[in-house]
Design a binder for this molecule. Sequence first.
Ligand code: HEC
Length: 396
Amino acid sequence: MRMRQNHLGIGNSRNLAIAGFFACAAAAAMIAPLAHAEEAQPFRLCADPTNLPFSSDSPSQPGFYVEIGQALAQALGRPIAYDWYKSYFGKRTVRVTLLGKQCDAMIGLPRSEDFMGPAVIFSATFAKEGYALVAAKGQEIGGVDGLKGKRVAVQFASTPQNLLASRDDVQKVTVLSPEEGMQALDQGKADVAFIWGPVAGWLNKTSYNDRYQIQLTEGEGLSWDAAIGFAKTSTELRDRVDAVLPQLQRTIGELAVKYGLPTGQPVRFGTAGAMPAGATTGAGTGPGVVQVANVVATEGKGDASAPNTEAVGAGKEIFNGTCAHCHGPDAIQSERKIDLRLLRHRYGDDMRDTFWKTVHEGRPSKGMPAWKDVFTDEQFDSIYSFLLTVQAESSD
Ligand code: HEC
């Protein structure tokens, strides 16, 4: 994501107050009931230093998650410490940082058993995040029916693109990122953009003078519940966080506004029949599952706030050029044994490892060639990102 600029001067007095609080060690003693030795341990948060509006290592513009972490630490009576790790999301990141005990919590993980449960446990939901409809202020959006006859910018290989694929009455303008979606609006190439909400909101605030209205959407794969993730051994900390979360809801709401995140009632999209076969992934347990696929698709690089569409596109191209020969174009293959849409179903959490080993070493005796001398790891990563977008419902 290319949004690393710092926008100075937005910090309000509350944040300064929080900063002041942490600057003053003596202040910790004010939280008398919790102030025994163990409580003074820092609350360690894993965060990506370059992922605004969610997190950044800039003290003047720390981001939505980081400020929630600061408020949480304050409520817990503990100082805060950060483990900065580029690329916040993705199971690999969670494994290395959170499960590697480099931090106590990660804010903003998708609250779903499918996301590394039972190794990862979650707090209550603190926000909803997802795709949003963006249009000039004053224009009536009117939910999915309001899109009729409009030019709608959609991100390549995203849930909105899948959702609108079968709608002949909507003219799709394909873009590769939320940034491009906002540009399409700005340049009059689209009437509405159906793109990743948090980034749209942030850009609206920082680059477009708040000219657009942003409406969060709801439905399968369109939005998910954001929560705080912990290692499964941290039930005690999780319970304490859950106990203080309700008193932070107001702060969280203010922070959402500060960072331009879409708020207000989401518009619901019908799911039945709207999604073409193969568009959904995960275990089909409701909203969030497909989004989790997008999150994981960015594993290792990029970030969850902008599904890494470039990698998906590149991976798809390699796949169709080389692998489709046996595994089917776009990985659509009716022979189960080589149907790569079943990887998640088959291997679950080990999906990535199995993929990695198989593409590197091949299974020569079974007719699967080794590709390690043909492609770079980055290319394998992109193929994997593409395959994540086609995983089937996990049912048998
Ligand atoms: C010449 C045919 C052929 C080509 C080309 C090919 N594969 Fe395969 N692949 C197979 C066969 C056959 C299997 C099943 C092996 C078995 O039965 O265990 C397989 C298995 C796999 C598996 C493991 C599937 C599972 O469920 O265990 C992955 C992952 C995979 N291939 C990825 C790829 C990728 C990525 C490419 C392109 C870079 C590719 N394959 C190109 C024939 C091919």
